[in-house]
Design a protein around this ligand. Structure first.
Ligand code: TRP
Length: 455
């Protein structure tokens, strides 16, 4: 998928699917999903999340892949080109703009979490977690956050790796890494989920994750779940549209989307099954927030035999999963600037990456113990505010407008040609993007506004 977006393509269907799964599966599944499920009260969050993934997210995934493949350009270029071909307003390219900018914002905190993960990988291999109890694990995490040099250093390392790969163009090495390491991560996750279920509190976990308590299902939790379903599928921020542009015409978009969504969801559920038995066995707080896996996993790795190696391997695979996602967050802006200026890909990747790294320093500092951590944006730290803006506002709105565009402003005939689906499947998909996606997303927003106004 390297080189200019107009010419480079995935070397096979399988590599495309692996790359898209690589983009989807990342920190969103293993770091974010468990703590959001924890904060959202468990089962009700999980259930509504599954609904959003398959009824809203997957049709939007199909829409974005098809826009990318038809446009064959950066998200901004593709949207402008398709709007023009369909005789629609050039303003539709705003969907591309919001995506490219949103991806830059997400990467500027994603890379900080990626840095935490890198640091934990070395800790695990070094045996630092050996024998840790819950208090020690919490203290270890707190120690990392308040060591500003370490946080920025690891963020630099993570961002450096991302830039290096995007600058080189991604063909050979990365495609291979994705093909072997993603399945390895999946296998290890299953193993760890089984371990946790035996060593930890499985009954409490099953209760928590799969017995919905609907009294916990507020509109805010629904919006959080909607945003998370988009985040996890890499939607609405240009990643999927950009990857769609590197797709060849013989790939079946509908089937690919179902495979991507299923793999992504499987990983998220496994991650929950790995984390929560430990959370409940050790009396930790499920709703404690972004530190959840970092305060939980060291206990498990510290207690099991061979934990240093298994823990190290786990964090290594998590870093790989995070990098196959972070490159898809850097790719949209890089493809746009190279397309616009004709500048050298390497230079562009380094420049934009450097800018994102700089923005990210504030995200990193905002979790520590320093003046930046005291900055509050509507009651949120800088990192949380960026997450909220993208997850709860830009992604749902971007997804809603891509569905509206594809459902109402692109001719039905052109969509049918692009997707080459069976008739019945096409009809279901078309109904979902035209009616259900915009209405469901709109309804969540309207309810929240209504609730806020009426108190
Ligand atoms: N989906 C990735 C994860 O779960 C993160 C990601 C990559 C992303 N590209 C994206 C999120 C585009 C939103 C939009 O870790």
């Amino acid at each position: 998928m390297a080189g200019t977006s107009q010419t480079a393509h995935w070397s096979s269907r399988w590599t495309f699917i692996m790359a898209a799964v690589g983009s989807a599966v990342g920190l969103g599944n293993i770091w974010k999903f468990p703590y959001e499920a924890g904060q959202g009260g468990g089962g009700a969050f999980v259930l509504i999340y599954l609904f959003f993934v398959f009824v809203i997210g997957t049709p939007v995934l199909v829409a974005e892949l098809s826009l990318g493949r038809r446009g064959q350009k950066s998200p901004i270029g593709s949207m402008a080109k398709i709007a023009k071909e369909e005789g629609r307003s050039p303003l539709w390219s705003l969907i591309g703009w919001s995506g490219v900018l949103g991806a830059v914002i997400v990467l500027s905190f994603y890379s900080v979490i990626g840095g935490w993960t890198l640091s934990y990988m070395f800790d695990a291999f070094a045996g630092t977690f050996s024998g840790m109890d819950a208090a020690a694990a919490g203290a270890h995490f707190g120690g990392l956050l308040t060591n500003e040099y370490a946080v920025i250093g690891w963020h630099a390392a993570f961002m450096g790796l991302t830039m290096f790969i995007v600058a080189r163009g991604v063909e050979g090495g990365l495609e291979k890494a994705v093909t072997y390491l993603m399945p390895a991560l999946f296998a290890l996750l299953i193993g760890l989920a089984i371990y946790s279920s035996i060593a930890g509190d499985l009954a409490a976990t099953v209760d928590f994750l799969f017995k919905p308590d609907f009294s916990k299902l507020t509109f805010d939790v629904m919006l959080q779940a909607l945003g998370q379903s988009f985040f996890s599928l890499s939607l609405a921020l240009g990643s999927i549209m950009t990857y769609g542009a590197y797709m060849t015409r013989d790939v079946n978009i509908g089937k690919s989307a179902v495979i991507i969504a299923s793999a992504d969801t499987g990983v998220a559920i496994m991650a929950g099954m790995m984390i929560f038995p430990i959370v409940f066995a050790y009396g930790l707080v499920p709703g404690q927030g972004p530190g959840l896996i970092f305060a939980t996993l060291p206990i498990a790795f510290g207690q099991m035999s061979g934990g240093a190696f298994i823990g190290g391997a786990f964090f290594f695979l998590l870093v790989v999963a995070a990098i196959t996602s972070s490159i898809s967050l850097l790719e949209p802006s890089v493809s746009y600037i190279t397309e616009k200026t004709g500048a050298n890909r390497r230079k562009v990747a380094l420049m934009i990456g450097g800018f994102i790294f700089t923005m990210g320093i504030l995200s990193g500092l905002s979790q520590g113990d320093n003046p930046v951590a005291d900055i509050s944006i509507f009651g949120r730290s800088i990192l949380d505010a960026k997450d909220f803006l993208t997850n709860n506002i830009m992604m749902p709105i971007g997804g809603m407008f891509s569905a509206i565009f594809v459902g109402w402003f692109v001719s039905r005939k052109n969509m049918m040609e692009e997707l080459a689906m069976e008739d019945g499947t096409f009809r279901i998909w078309y109904f979902l993007v035209r009616f259900i996606c915009p209405v469901a997303i709109g309804a969540v927003f309207v309810s929240i506004i209504y609730n806020t106004v009426t108190g």
